[in-house]
Write a protein that binds this ligand. Structure first.
Ligand code: ATP
Ligand code: MG
Length: 436
């Protein structure tokens, strides 16, 4: 039996139903802030990520799926969406009319060790805003996040923020970090030493326990911020206070991607394992456009790991977001008439979900399958009913006797049944088809 590739999951219908519902909510809330959806390719030139995320990051040095295609182009399956999004926005000149907000959603690929909450193909919602340089945009991004968590009933989350300042702040801070870790070189392994030489900020993002201890005493970037960066960071905190958000300043917070500068943030959930408790992360990356050869462009955004977000959803969403079952299962002994009747009913009854039995099984077996499908109603069309222009109406959820219903009355009755079944919170039958 063929197996799925390690770290890549299929979603059975019950999970797809939850994902759809989640996507629908995200879509609506993002619209509420003026974000427009973009659809972006999964493959980009490897160079795009090397120039944006940075070659000395975990993602680019260890996690990307990079290969030569048949034409010899070196391509990478996107490990994140920000670089591709900005590439598309620049290439298509989408900012000609001024600043704009975008979002996208889809699979990302990283060759990491798979474990709960960490996959090789996972999904992100990416939210990016271009052309605004003030802390008001940063605050709005965080308010949008907070609203998403509220709408999804996600509680016990903490917002951590930090500022990585401008180029000169990071230069000064890098030197300070360098000095600090030089004094503890014996506690660093080979890879961490390389990181120290090439990109010491990356050490702050490490999940290694040894480093976590060392980091507690490490210098803080906040002592190195330029006056403008400090003003921006304070401006952000004033806006957050004014809008009622709570947050914690975490001066060790950096992002796993090199293009960030200024505000960075993470939303951390107490319900997730410590090494995977960040389910949303983002910040400012005003330098990325220039790094890609574009014009100077203030930019900020965030990415939500949707598998981790899903894991935080309250149990209740599981049932409320259950997959839609058919309303009707049509059992019959008259193949041609059944197909025609089914088409007519779909024309007559908007939103009707009707499964016609296919095959030549006996009615008893057909009704067993009807039951298993989770449908609320079985309609039965036999030879006699066909001659009388009637159909047997047999409820599968109520213990009422079956009855005959004239064909002409069917659409109206079914419209009522659909209206009742689809009110939010209405009891949905679950089917036994799927192992959960
Ligand atoms: P982590 O520190 O957990 O490795 P990261 O810093 O690499 O995360 P980002 O690049 O900031 O993550 O991506 C944003 C979000 O995407 C993360 O907060 C997380 O929710 C999710 N994410 C990242 N990598 C994975 C993965 N391999 N599997 C599932 N979700 C992931
Ligand atoms: Mg990672």
């Amino acid at each position: 039996m063929p197996r799925a590739v390690r770290g890549m999951r299929d979603l059975p219908p019950s999970e797809v139903a939850c994902w759809r519902k989640l996507e629908q909510i995200l879509h609506e809330e993002l619209g509420g802030y003026g974000y427009e959806e973009l659809r972006l390719p999964l493959l980009e030139h490897a160079e795009l990520f090397e120039r944006s995320i940075g070659a000395v990051t975990d993602i680019v040095s260890k996690e990307t799926y990079t290969f030569l295609d048949r034409g010899g182009a070196r391509l990478t399956l996107r490990p994140e969406g920000t670089a591709g999004c900005l590439r598309a926005v620049l290439a298509r000149q989408l900012l000609r009319g001024g600043p704009r907000r975008f979002w996208y959603l889809g699979p990302m690929f990283r060759h990491e060790r798979p474990q709960k909450g960490r996959y090789r193909q996972f999904h992100q919602l990416g939210v990016e805003a271009y052309g605004w340089d003030g802390p008001d945009l940063d605050a709005e991004l965080l308010l949008l996040c907070a609203r998403l968590w509220r709408v999804l009933n996600i509680e016990n989350v903490e917002l951590q923020i930090n500022s990585l300042g401008g180029e000169s702040a990071r230069r000064g801070y890098r030197a300070a970090l360098h000095g600090y870790f030089e004094a503890h070189l014996e506690r660093l392994n080979e890879e961490q030493r390389r990181c120290l030489r090439e990109n010491p900020l990356r050490l702050l993002d490490s999940k290694a326990a040894v480093l976590r201890d060392l980091l507690r005493e490490a210098p803080s970037i906040l002592d190195y911020l330029e006056p403008e960066a400090t003003a921006h960071f304070q401006g952000l905190q004033e806006l957050l206070a004014a809008t009622g958000l709570s947050w914690r300043v975490n001066p060790r917070l950096v992002r796993g991607l090199d293009y960030y500068g200024g505000t960075v943030f993470e939303w951390v959930a107490s319900g997730l394992k410590a090494s995977q408790d960040a389910f949303c992360a983002g910040g400012r990356y005003d330098g990325l456009s220039g790094a890609l050869g574009g014009p100077p462009l203030p930019a900020a955004g965030f990415a939500v790991g949707l598998e981790r977000l899903m894991a935080l959803l309250p149990e209740a969403s599981g049932t409320a977001w259950a997959a839609s079952r058919p309303h009707v299962y049509l059992a019959h002994t008259e193949r041609r008439a059944a197909l025609c009747l089914a088409e007519w009913l779909r024309d007559q009854v908007p939103s009707l979900r009707l499964c016609t039995h296919c095959g030549t099984d006996r009615l008893r077996r057909q009704l067993r399958l009807a039951d298993r499908s989770g449908a609320a109603l079985a309609l039965i069309l036999g030879e006699q009913e066909l001659a009388e222009e009637q159909v047997i109406w047999k409820s599968l959820i109520e213990d009422t006797p079956q009855e005959k219903c004239p064909r002409t009355l069917l659409p109206e009755r079914l419209r009522r049944l659909v209206a009742q079944a689809d009110v939010p919170g209405a009891c949905q039958r679950s089917s036994g088809q799927e192992a959960h």
